[in-house]
Design a protein around this ligand. Structure first.
Ligand code: FES
Length: 130
């Protein structure tokens, strides 16, 4: 019987670890990386759930999340209800400046990284005049 290749099996002196013993990306028990390895992602939290949203120039955070099947809560999509409030963990530099609706609804919480996902857009050279 022929043995299959394993991680490290081709490197002299490395231990033989079977690939099936390594944590899978689909393994819910595998530890989650806490660093933002992808500079084109925004990591955020909503009601104790973390989400990673890829950079989509000009799109709102909410629309980009929904395109990725990330289950963010929302209701009005107009900046009134606050149901889409998220806290940005990393990647805030990818986002445009807070809108008037965000300033009105969130006030000082903006300084702590809170944003309205339905109003926050990814920065483009044209929409961010910081
Ligand atoms: S969905 Fe209502 S404020 Fe964003």
């Amino acid at each position: 019987m022929r043995k299959g290749l394993t991680v490290g099996s081709l490197i002299p002196g490395k231990s033989r670890t079977v690939a099936s013993e390594l944590p899978s990306h689909h393994d819910k028990t595998a530890p989650v990386a806490k660093t933002n390895d992808n500079p084109r992602m925004v990591r955020l939290k909503q009601r104790n759930q973390e989400h990673s949203i890829p950079f989509v120039p000009g799109a709102t955070l909410l629309d980009a999340a929904l395109q990725q099947k990330e289950a963010l809560d929302y209701k009005c999509k107009q900046g009134h209800c606050g149901k889409c409030t998220v806290q940005v963990i990393s990647g805030i530099s990818l986002l445009g400046s807070p809108t008037e609706q965000e300033r009105t609804k969130l006030g000082s919480k903006i300084a702590m990284g809170y944003r309205l996902a339905c109003q926050t857009t990814f920065a483009t050279p044209y929409n961010d005049k910081r």
